[in-house]
Design a protein around this ligand. Structure first.
Ligand code: SAM
Length: 281
């Protein structure tokens, strides 16, 4: 870390856990993104629905209540491929922090409160779908220093990088029912908030996320209550995080420590957080 608190990485620094974010990879990804978005203007227009400097109306279903800026999850209007989803979040990165303030998104704060209850400040923590690093900032302010973040959006990671709270940033789009490049049994704690949404993560990613934890490690996953079970036809998201976790509990792979339901998770929606201990050896 340099004197400005920023993490400086060598351009050739690539780890077994995926590609570290450095100037070279950022620039390469930006070039790729420019091509992708130019080729897919329709996707870009729909993504603009989440950019509150744009008045573009979203297709699909919005579940916002009080928030004046509609958040429509990518997958609910057909943004589903890794390239489309990454571009959708790339497009949102510049206004994401402002959006969360306006819309009263409390996911990162609720997550931090739970981490303080269940995890030691010395834990090596993996933050999955770290985005712009809102939860990393809150955790840093609470004394956590050993944090890595993974995300499929280079622009989100670029924002997180400038804040300087993460020791390692991994640019990888996690695929369903697939093994990511993240090392097995490496982390004491795995955190994921706001990512189990249409177009993002779903029950098919859970095994891979838990694989990264040491035996006895702590997993905390939080999302809107709407998305812990199949929300029905309004959303293209036929997955059940909660059923998957229950299956793993019944198989003895994980132990439920707590299930916390929180009001005002984001613009008056309810959030649910699952806290588990992992038992695999
Ligand atoms: C709504 S943001 C949440 C960011 C942060 N956790 C927070 O609560 O502010 C969701 C993040 O998950 C990332 N994401 C979604 N699907 C992903 C995938 N399959 N692999 C990696 N990252 C993904 C997006 O790029 C985005 O940064």
């Amino acid at each position: 870390m340099d004197t400005n608190g920023e993490i400086t990485l060598a351009a050739s620094d690539v780890t077994a856990s995926g590609t570290r974010v450095d100037e070279k990879t950022v620039n390469e990804a930006l070039r790729e993104k420019t091509t992708t978005t130019a080729e897919n203007e329709d996707t870009k227009n729909r993504m603009d629905a989440n950019n509150f400097s744009s008045g573009a109306a979203a297709k699909g279903t919005s579940y916002s209540t009080n928030c004046p800026f509609k958040f429509t999850p990518a997958g609910s209007f057909g943004v589903n491929t890794p390239e489309e989803v990454a571009a959708y979040y790339d497009n949102w990165a510049g206004t994401y922090d402002e959006w969360t303030k306006y819309c009263g998104y409390n996911g990162p704060q609720y997550l931090t409160d739970l981490v303080k209850r269940y995890c030691r400040t010395t834990d090596l923590i993996l933050i999955v779908g770290v985005g712009t690093g809102l939860e990393a900032q809150l955790l840093f302010d609470s004394g956590y220093r050993q944090m890595h973040g993974v995300d499929g959006s280079i622009e989100m990671l670029n924002r997180a990088k400038t804040k300087g709270h993460l020791l390692e940033l991994i640019h990888e789009f996690l695929q369903p029912n697939a093994r990511s490049s993240i090392e097995s049994h490496r982390y004491d704690t795995m955190l994921c908030v706001g990512c189990f949404v249409p177009g993002g993560l779903d029950e098919r990613h859970v095994d891979d996320l838990l694989r990264t934890l040491k035996p006895g490690g702590i997993s905390i996953i939080g999302t809107r209550e709407t998305f812990i079970n199949d929300p029905g036809e309004a959303f293209n998201y036929p997955y059940s995080l909660e059923s998957k976790l229950k299956q793993l509990e019944q198989a003895g792979a994980i132990t439920l420590l707590d299930r916390v339901r929180k009001e005002h998770y984001g613009d008056n929606s309810v959030g649910v957080f699952f806290i588990h201990r992992v038992n695999h050896s």
